[in-house]
Design a protein around this ligand. Sequence first.
Ligand code: PLP
Length: 424
Amino acid sequence: MTLTAHSQPGARLPFDITRIRRDFPILKREVAPGVGLVYLDNAATSQKPVQVIAELTRFYRDHNANIHRGVHTLSVEATELYEGARVKIAAFIGASDAREVIFTRNTTESINLVAHGWARKFLQAGDEVVVSEIEHHSNIVPWQMLRDERGIVVKYIPMLPDGTLDLEVARQIIGPKTKLLSITAMSNALGTIVPLQEIIPLAKAQGALVLIDGAQSVPHMAVDVQALGVDFLAFSGHKMLGPTGIGVLWGRLPLLDSMDPFMGGGDMILSVTMEHSTWADVPAKFEAGTPNIADAIGLGAAVDYLSALGMDEVRRHEIEITDYALRRLADVPGVSIFGPMDALQRGGVVSFELEGVHPHDVGQLLDTRGVAIRTGHHCAQPVMAALDVPATARASFYIYNTTAEVDALASALEATSAFFGVGS
Ligand code: PLP
């Protein structure tokens, strides 16, 4: 028997926002009596459609068992569903072989896996890893830890005042000592879309490997690892309609084969004696212990959902709503927006400040009107330092957000602005 996930892969659906919203039960809830939810914190995590929730329930209700090597029916079914999710995810990112998809907990673990399994093995003191100033901490800290342990050098492509990267400096710092360019496709703090087509060739020309932090790009736009010509791609399931606790590292097969495992234990070995052990082939080599079976299957259902909508349609919707938000928020007294002002240059993220009001106060007042945004440094403290602000307020959009919700955000901000007497 071949089991496939119970969601419907392949069927293309029109991008009908009313229908989409019906799939997300949480969007109907009130956060206080009479106060409906306006969820604009999607860069932190997305909401989940009934299709994903149902897939998780179905797995636990009908198929739950541990995977691999099981001879009984449930174990065989669970294994087929888990491996089936791997195949779907491989197709979603254009991977040529499903073995190149490693299940991790999240983007953070995926990047750390490369730092431990590849960089620790192959980099020496003086070798350079190039990142950018707009990275999430998860693409800075692992390299700094390796710098302190191994003496590698971490270099940064700086951010320009408009939140884009300084490509002139990129051309200067990516050189013969660069062994890895590890860069985000899109900033979670500002929304800036990084021009990968211009930066990747700089690294490739030096024979360096390229890791893309796709935490903010894979959920929001079509990403094809072959077309990008990169070596690793890291992303998180929870930001793309999937469950928390499941993420992906994609890597080229020969590279993954050459790497050391990150963790040792069950399922990642070929043989174990009292003296030594040998490793299983990829992907098992990197999936020690019982993996997050149910959530991997849930992520497969999320990928079905996004594929049915079409990632180009997802991106088109986000450009529209972001463009509307940029124009609408610019009209609110006291609001300054950070990052590029062209919606084509940014994903569905608008980071801003309200003159003289701490972003946390803005966030709290918005919450009283049901508008959920994020405030703080967004795990991107170097960006805050470059902007010379302690924190920003950030609204971030996804497939279910409407221009009416942007209006709700704008009026809540207008009320906040009036409450604090901004500009008076
Ligand atoms: N990279 C980027 C660009 C992100 O936005 C995030 C999360 O916000 C991460 C990495 C880390 O993702 P996770 O916390 O799922 O590991």
